[in-house]
Structure formats: structure tokens, C-alpha cells
Design a protein around this ligand. Sequence first.
Ligand code: ATP
Length: 261
Amino acid sequence: MSEVKEKIVSTVDAGTTREVVVRLRDLYKSFGDNKVLNGFNMVLHKGENLVVMGKSGSGKSVMIKCLVGLMSPDSGIVEVLGKNIVTMDQEDLDELRSDIGFLFQGSALYDSMTVRENLEFPMRRHKGRFKGVNDTLPLVREALENVGLAHTMDLMPEELSGGMKRRVALARAIILKPKLILYDEPTSGLDPITAKEIIGLMRSIQKKYGTSALIITHDVDCARVISERMVLLVDGINYAEGTYEELVAATDPKINAFFKK
Ligand SMILES: Nc1ncnc2c1ncn2[C@@H]1O[C@H](COP(=O)(O)OP(=O)(O)OP(=O)(O)O)[C@@H](O)[C@H]1O
């Protein structure tokens, strides 16, 4: 275990007053002999941008799936917005997910729907939350204005560039004003300038709405700019935690490997 982790974990355990939005404790998940999560721990505080890095196949997606209840851990605690995910029924899970925004790899817009219809989609899924909303237009417009794309409302996804699609996907992720946003590789496949724009938007959204964000990325520049704190997932555990600067300065070779260009 690295010095960095011991230092930071002790600060967190020493009774921080920040509200906890996600708590994963002693998470284990195996597939046959493949032990993917081996006692993983993580805490995300309210309003925080937490970056999780791990090499390909290290279990980041498995961790996220456990976090949103798409996969059950073999053991361990998964608390999201004060609720225990592991014991929840489907109805409660659906309700909880209306408080979570997702921006997953590749934007995943529906090609046969306009931008506006793509944005309305989460509202249709979580009808209960929008009972009193007859006119979705103001919400769609506000979400698109946040990403500078209000003029694209009636366009089809094929009429947008890759960077614009990612921004629309970001607008869709925030339209429900989620308390928590999960970003899975938000800058993958984008050129450095567009990636920078997306990171800028992620930051301004967090500032405007006070959203908590968990960001999974391989992009060291993205991690440097966006993270307040980082967790490195290695060998199924939270191998190291700290700020970007603390982790870059660490001497442990397994930590260094993440920051080599
Ligand atoms: N449903 C499943 N059944 C069996 N094995 C699985 C399943 N889901 C994931 N795994 C295994 O768990 C390990 C971790 O996979 P995971 O997708 O979480 O990695 P990752 O860190 O997200 O990788 P990447 O960065 O490439 O997306 C891999 O060895 C994978 O084969």
C-alpha cells in the first residue's frame, strides 16, 4: 500500500464533515477464478469531482455497474445518495437512477431521434418526477444552452460533429438535474481541443448545479484538470488515493505507470 493512500485515507477517516454521496466499502466481485474487485473502497463527497483511473480490464466498469445496481457484488457495501443499492428492489432503483446522470463512452444518442427527442428521453423514462411538466421545451433549451447548442434542437445526430454529439449527450445527462453524474471516458475519441471544451463544460456544470461527479478516464490531462481527488484501481483495490499532484509525485512504480507519457 502506498504512502499516498495511507495519508489520504487517514484524512478521510479522521472525520471529514463533507456529506457522502457514494460509499463503496470492501467490494468483492469475481467471475470464476477472475477476481476483479478484491476489497475496493471509495468515497465520493457532495460537490466533488472524483477521478478513478485503472488500466484496461482492471474492473472500472464492473465497479460502476455495482454502483448503479446493474451488477451485484459478491460482498461489500454500496451506498448511493444515502441508500443501500444491494438490497433495493427494481422500482426503488429506477427512482434512484433519476437522480443520476450518465455520460457513457461514445455519446450513445438515438440516431432516429432529433436532438430535442434525445433530450426528452430521460424525462419519459422518469415520468413520476415530471408529472407537472406539460412543456418540456424550457428544460430542453436550458440543458442545451449549458453546452452552447440551443440552435441544434431540431437537428438529427448525423448532422452533428463528434464533439457536438458529446455535448448533446452531456446536456441529456444533466436535464434531470441529477445529484450525481457518472462519466465513463468523457473525452475518449475526441481531439485535444474538443476534449478540453468538454472538460470545461463538465466543470461549469458542476459549479452551476453543485453536482457530484465520478469520472472514469484514461486521459491524464482530463484527470489533472477536472479532479479534486483521484483513486487508482490496481489489483482490485483502491491502490492509491490523493490529489493529482500528490500521485504524480509518488515514487511507487505502479502509481508512476499511470502518469508516464
Ligand atoms: N459479465 C461478465 N462476465 C465475466 N467476466 C466479466 C464480466 N464483466 C466483466 N468481466 C471481466 O471483469 C474484468 C474487468 O472488466 P471491466 O470491463 O470492468 O474493465 P475496465 O477496467 O472497465 O476496462 P476498460 O478500460 O477496457 O473498459 C475483465 O477481466 C472482464 O473480462
